[in-house]
Design a protein around this ligand. Structure first.
Ligand SMILES: [Zn+2]
Length: 114
């Protein structure tokens, strides 16, 4: 038994919906690592060669046209990395849902015309 393109799309949409519901905690942005120099005279960060302070971890993101960043403690790194990954997965799934929904809509619009 063959299924119609519409039935196939409906199945795929249900699958994407379930995958979206399963996405865990998330946050947008990207992680970067920084090493800093301080103002203390004779500090190791000004030695030759310099031993700069850090690493410091920072997550940068843009929301509603506004860019900001936030420092992340080392012990929170794993959780934040997972949240960033989940955000990317959600975006991929939303794109897929939009593509499938558009194809389904186009199909229905075409079928209704006959
Ligand atoms: Zn220093």
């Amino acid at each position: 038994m063959t299924i119609s393109r519409e039935q196939l799309l409906l199945r795929q949409i249900e699958k994407v919906k379930a995958q979206l519901a399963a996405v865990g905690d998330l946050r947008p942005g990207s992680l970067s690592t920084q090493y800093n120099v301080c103002g203390t005279p004779g500090c190791r960060c000004k030695a030759t060669p310099p031993k700069k302070h850090g690493p410091y971890y920072q997550v940068s993101f843009t929301r509603k046209g506004k860019s900001s960043s936030k420092f992340v403690r080392k012990e929170d790194l794993a959780a934040v990395r997972q949240e960033l990954k989940n955000y990317e997965r959600m975006k991929t799934l939303v794109d897929r849902r939009i593509d499938l929904a558009t194809e389904l809509s186009n199909l229905r619009l075409a079928n209704n015309r006959t």
